[in-house]
Design a protein around this ligand. Structure first.
Ligand SMILES: [Zn+2]
Length: 454
């Protein structure tokens, strides 16, 4: 039995223009047997099934290459690293992976995890135990005592439940790469940004160029892909020179970084949604606001976008990802906001943004030649919308516009299940974000009486 899908408008991921009056045909294995004009489609047998989406827009399932299944919509780094056992995080991650898929994202990369959470979710979905997106999985970030994810003081170290694996020399780094590959990861994540800055404010990379080269070479030798977290110029440059396959952020990149990326073929996922949401959503009472992070992020976003636009113009491939898994980027909510920001801030056309989130993203994913584009031989991973994102890219964020999600042909039916977020994350021990001296209490009381008088 084959399934025929009549499409009002079909965006294959190959061309910028959609094609009207098209037909998709897929077989029982969920593989596309025909994609093209309905008039030229193969004849439909009596036993075949027809899905009539003749009033709708059909496109490849969206891909988010930057979603952290282990984080649980975290409000703090401690939430990410400490309080939930790995077993609970895996169950929680499966629940949230389903939410991501239900929002139209049929494949994700989960780069950087404690333990083996993402790869367990990947394997459970792949084995047919649960419905969910295709998952490309990493293990813990490799980090140093000068790197991101080594958050805690040296006398505490990096607990085994952390998303960071602290390596203290190159041999330990190689050993960690080999052990993660043995466990079955698809990619290795490097925390390449350091925590120290030069007097001029530039971030110093966490690893040296030599160390980065060796780690990436070993990753590639074992047939896996390398990802780096690189906001700083130096971390971006080291990653690009070493041939890291996918660089996250790159906000401080310069022309030397761009040239190195073009030479080595590194792709870039700027991940605008996380900083944008931090700026847009953080409330005055949030600790992030009180630490001055809104203004700081606003400044970095502005210079970052200006730098990134130069990389777009130079032809660096741009991928879409959101850093979903934080309290400002809950799963299933903001994945498609990245496309809106590609259009608004990076100057992409809506079609180019759609292709970034499908065809370009697929080029990075494992088994990427099977997804991202609707063409004969690839998987029937597609979504159905009741309007065209080419007219308004924001409709991808509106769940009411999403009519259907298919993965390998099968329609995903996941009920929108309510849950208690207080039992899911937010176990950090902070109780107050203010200091109640007599002066502060008097100030607050004055503020209250002023409000009452108004
Ligand atoms: Zn991230």
């Amino acid at each position: 039995m084959k399934t025929f899908v009549r499409c009002g408008s079909l965006f294959t991921g190959r061309e910028d223009e959609p094609c009207d009056g098209a037909m998709l045909v897929f077989d029982e294995e969920g593989r596309l047997a025909y994609v093209g004009a309905e008039a030229a489609a193969p004849r439909r047998a009596q036993t075949d099934r027809l899905l009539d989406h003749s009033g709708s827009f059909v496109m490849p399932g969206l891909i988010d290459v930057h979603t952290h299944l282990a984080y649980g919509n975290a409000k703090s780094e401690e939430d990410i690293d400490l309080y939930s056992p790995l077993e609970f995080r895996a169950l929680r991650g499966m629940f949230f992976a389903q939410k991501v898929a239900a929002s139209g994202y049929t494949a994700i990369c989960s780069p950087g995890d404690a333990g083996q959470i993402s790869l367990s979710i990947r394997n459970a979905i792949r084995a047919g135990l649960f419905d969910g997106p295709r998952v490309m999985a990493a293990g813990p970030y490799l980090t140093t005592h000068q790197g991101l994810t080594d958050w805690y003081p040296t006398w505490i170290g990096a607990p085994t439940t952390s998303i960071g694996k602290l390596v203290t020399n190159i041999n330990e780094a190689i050993e960690e790469v080999r052990s993660q590959v043995k466990n079955g990861v698809d990619c290795i994540k490097l925390a390449l940004d350091g925590i120290q800055r030069r007097p001029d404010g530039e971030l110093i990379a966490a690893f040296t160029q030599d160390e980065t080269d060796i780690i990436v070479r070993e990753t590639h030798r074992l047939g896996r892909k390398a990802i780096s977290h690189s906001v700083g110029r130096e971390a971006t440059l080291y990653a690009a020179r070493a041939g890291v396959d996918l660089i996250f952020h790159g906000f401080d990149l310069d022309d030397e970084c761009i040239a190195a990326m073009l030479k080595s073929g590194s792709m870039l996922c700027p991940t605008l949604t996380h900083p944008r949401n931090l700026i847009d959503f953080t409330q005055p009472h949030d600790p992030a606001a009180q630490k001055g992070r809104i203004e700081q992020t606003e400044r970095r976003y502005r210079t970052g976008v200006a730098n990134l636009r130069r990389a777009v113009a130079a032809g660096v491939p741009f991928l879409t990802g959101t850093d979903s898994g934080f309290a400002i980027t809950p799963y299933g909510e903001w994945h498609a906001k990245e496309l809106e920001l590609f259009v608004a801030d990076l100057g992409f056309s809506p079609a180019a943004a759609l292709r970034a989130a499908t065809e370009t993203n697929a080029r990075f994913m494992s088994h990427g030649d099977q997804i991202g584009v609707l063409e004969q031989g690839r998987a029937a991973d597609f979504i159905v919308l009741d309007g065209s994102p080419l007219d308004d890219i924001r409709i991808l964020q509106d769940r009411r516009r999403l009519r259907a999600v298919h993965i390998a042909g099968k329609e995903l039916k996941i009920a929108d299940r309510p849950y208690d977020p207080r039992q899911v994350t937010d176990f950090a021990l902070t109780n107050w974000s203010d200091l109640y001296t007599q002066a502060r209490v008097a100030e607050l009381a004055a503020g209250r009486s002023r409000l009452a008088a108004e």
